[in-house]
Ligand binder design. Structure first.
Ligand code: ADP
Length: 266
């Protein structure tokens, strides 16, 4: 079983204030996944980020922050707005994948996951197992969920990766993003950023910068934290650049791809 995350940065124009899908990369990624599924049978779960569909409304409605009781109706509507926006991106993705012949089935987190203080506390994954057994490719994505402390919160695709991997014990966990992997500082803003083939501790980061993007869920640092947690459980993951053509195909076929392995070993 492989859990593959496709970052919102690849699927959308994440810096944009508007919901904009990137149809070219969507189609390319779909065809790389299909080629790999044709090349060798595999169980695949896809997780995707929310990109420019989710982050601006999440920021606008300050979901996950404390609020006054009188604001409840407005917050609740904001929750609905975000859920609807991320659903749209998921619909574009599923449409492109089905066109390519990949049997994707959306399993939105807001439909079965709950959290406490922004961390997932429950979510029965039996349905995932059933869909996998029947040859489907389940797709889950960054979404809003009910939170028993904060009422509402946003759950990132990266936290979903962690939750799924912890509970389903996959053979491979891969995250595709728009940089080659982890550097000691943001490579988009620092020309001298140093690349890590292997990343074992947050102490290796030079600057603790989140991301260049409008991300309420933690950007690269948030991603690494989730993956180090998995590493503590003995589950290795790899961050690769999904903008580089064929990288997704190669990684799914266990071929060598430049990227950062997140693990606690040396
Ligand atoms: P995605 O949407 O693909 O999940 P994010 O936009 O959340 O990804 O995070 C990826 C971004 O994190 C990169 O585009 C990069 O600009 C930024 N970033 C910040 N710090 C680092 C770092 N130390 N190493 C790599 N990327 C970093």
């Amino acid at each position: 079983m492989i859990i593959l995350k496709i970052g919102g940065s690849i699927l959308t124009n994440k810096d944009s204030k508007m919901s904009e899908v990137n149809p070219t990369s969507l189609k390319r990624i779909a065809s790389e996944i299909k080629a790999s599924m044709d090349a060798s049978p595999k169980q695949l779960i896809i997780v995707h980020g929310a990109g420019s569909f989710g982050h601006p409304p999440a920021k606008k409605h300050k979901i996950g922050e404390a609020f006054d009781e009188s604001e409840y109706p407005q917050k609740r509507l904001g929750f609905c707005e975000i859920q609807n926006e991320v659903k749209k991106l998921n619909m574009y993705l599923c449409e492109a994948f089905i066109k390519e012949g990949i049997p994707v089935i959306a399993v939105p987190a807001s439909g079965f996951i709950t959290a406490s203080n922004k961390r997932i506390t429950s979510g029965n994954l039996d349905l995932f197992k059933n869909y996998l057994q029947k040859g489907f490719v389940p797709v889950i994505y960054g979404d809003v969920v009910l939170d028993d402390e904060l009422e509402f919160c946003v759950i990132s695709g990266d936290q979903l990766i962690q939750y799924l991997a912890k509970n389903l014990n996959p053979d491979q966990v891969v995250l595709g993003t728009d940089v080659d992997g982890v550097y000691d500082k943001n490579p988009k803003t620092h020309d001298d950023a140093m690349f890590f083939d292997k990343f074992t501790s947050l102490d290796d980061l030079d600057t603790f910068e989140g991301t260049t993007n409008v991300d309420v869920t933690g950007g690269m640092v948030g991603k690494i934290k989730e993956l180090l947690y998995l590493a503590d459980l003995g589950i290795e993951s790899k961050i690769i650049n999904a903008e580089v053509e064929d990288n997704i195909f190669k990684v799914l076929e266990n071929k060598d791809v430049k990227g950062t392995i997140i693990s606690r070993g040396n």
